[in-house]
Design a protein around this ligand. Structure first.
Ligand SMILES: Nc1nc2c(ncn2[C@@H]2O[C@H](COP(=O)(O)OP(=O)(O)OP(=O)(O)O)[C@@H](O)[C@H]2O)c(=O)[nH]1
Ligand SMILES: [Mg+2]
Length: 235
């Protein structure tokens, strides 16, 4: 069984090499795809160098910063065009520890979607201030209530999908792009009757590089959840 870990990057020059090396070290059945949006700090070029002579690393270059959601869609299509059985998305900034990957992939043998979850027993967040914790908790509470989701960490971007899940979802119909992308994909999985399982992770705030999260993103995310609800549900 082959797994593809795809990593969207924008200005992650300090993180991309150590992260990629750690992932490849987990086993020969795991490959990495870096999806870089022409990072001004040269992340894309670093990734190209890493890929030279290493067939398990691929790099997708996009012209400009186009958002996390469309980067993930590009990762899904890349995996489907190749022969990967498990497709994992994760952040480049070490918030998602690669040591969880074997467990995430293992759990996908018996479920459709596995979410690395901060908000189940055993999970948690390190080094976030109260403000950030409150925002994340509120975003999750809001999405769960609005869309009747059972998942506790709907905004987590550390996930493993089975190949047939991506084949089933109509990827071109996904409308969210920013942080609500994660919520929309999960909601579509729920509507499709898929089995979603959460495994606990400790999420560690980034040490290197800058966050791309903004107040703007949060408002856009909430509006997207409203849009989803009015599209698929009655008030
Ligand atoms: N390709 C691509 N990657 C992106 C884009 N925006 C963010 N990313 C990457 O998506 C991942 C998550 O972004 P972060 O900036 O860490 O966002 P976050 O985790 O919500 O914010 P922090 O907790 O503050 O780090 C990282 O690997 C980013 O480099 C984008 O527009 N395009
Ligand atoms: Mg981050």
């Amino acid at each position: 069984m082959k797994a593809l870990v795809f990593i969207p990057t924008y200005n992650e020059r300090e993180n991309i090499e150590p992260l990629t090396m750690q992932i490849l070290g987990l086993g020969s059945s795991i490959s990495v795809l870096v999806i870089d949006d022409n990072s001004p700090d040269g992340t894309g070029e670093i990734a190209d160098k890493l890929a030279e002579g290493e067939p398990r690393i691929s790099v997708l270059h996009r012209q400009s910063k186009q958002g996390l959601g469309t980067a993930c869609i590009a990762g899904f299509y890349f995996a489907l065009a190749a022969d990967f059985d498990f497709i994992i998305e994760m952040d480049a900034d070490f918030s998602h520890d690669p040591r969880y990957l074997p467990e995430l992939i293992g759990a996908a043998e018996a479920a459709d979607v596995i979410v690395g979850s901060r908000y189940v027993r055993g999970g948690g967040v390190r080094n976030w201030g109260v403000h950030r914790k409150f925002l994340s908790r509120s975003a999750n509470f809001f999405a769960r209530k609005m869309l009747d989701l059972r998942v506790h960490d709907c905004t987590s971007g550390f996930r493993c999908y089975r190949r047939d899940v991506l084949e089933k979802l109509k990827l071109d119909d996904i409308v969210s792009n920013g942080y609500s992308f994660q919520v929309e994909v999960l909601y579509r999985c729920k509507l499709a009757g898929l089995k979603i399982v959460e495994i606990p992770i400790i999420f560690v705030d980034r040490e290197k590089g800058k966050s791309k999260m903004s107040g703007d993103e949060i408002i856009k995310g909430m509006l997207s959840v409203f849009r989803l609800r009015s599209r698929f549900k009655r008030w």
